[in-house]
Ligand binder design. Structure first.
Ligand code: ATP
Ligand code: MG
Length: 166
């Protein structure tokens, strides 16, 4: 119950009002997240690299990653994070090897308290807020979160963040 209330408050809070934008070493942030997951017995792979610092809110980015990586582990068994440095955008992708989300349910998965058919059992114990929060974080950065089912199976969640050469 407490975590449900905390998550709901996070969902309603405007991220932009609570944390300043900084230049962030995204690779260091990813490696520290990887260590945290390792400590709980989950291997998170990292592919690619971003050499420059990225303009973003680091706690919000960490939250974005945690929500999406938690989903990948919970529903897809394993998470791999891929990073890509483009001229105007950086992309962070989280891939898994699970069943994905039926195409017709993808938009609804972002809505608060909406959980997939197979996800309502107690053992996965979520609230249905993670993706909505993650999308708010992306949009709060002027970016976007998109979900797609991979042809080889599994879900791909992509965070695209606009960047002006830093
Ligand atoms: N990687 C994934 N693979 C398959 N289904 C997914 C994946 N990520 C999310 N989903 C589906 O989308 C639903 C909504 O996800 P969301 O993260 O918003 O909520 P949750 O994981 O159920 O709960 P919470 O994140 O609040 O703990 C999930 O219940 C699940 O059915
Ligand atoms: Mg979730």
């Amino acid at each position: 119950m407490e975590s449900m209330v905390t998550q709901t408050l996070d969902f309603m809070r405007d991220e932009r009002s609570v944390e300043p934008v900084r230049l962030v070493d995204v690779m260091a942030l990813l490696e520290s997240l990887q260590t945290d997951y390792q400590d709980t017995g989950h291997a998170v792979g990292i592919e690619g690299a971003i050499a420059r610092t990225v303009s973003c809110r680091p706690q919000a980015l960490r939250r974005w990653l945690a929500n999406v990586v938690d989903n990948a582990i919970r529903y897809g068994g394993v998470a791999t994070v891929g990073v890509e440095d483009g001229a105007e955008h950086i992309a962070i992708r989280v891939l898994d090897r699970g069943p994905g989300i039926p195409a017709e349910d993808i938009e609804r998965a972002f809505e608060p308290f909406v959980r997939g058919e197979g996800s309502r059992s107690r053992e996965t114990g979520g609230t249905g807020l993670g993706l909505g929060i993650a999308r708010n974080i992306a949009r709060g950065h002027g970016g976007e979160l998109s979900l797609r089912n991979r042809s080889e199976g599994g879900l791909e969640a992509t965070l695209s963040l606009p960047q002006i050469g830093s």
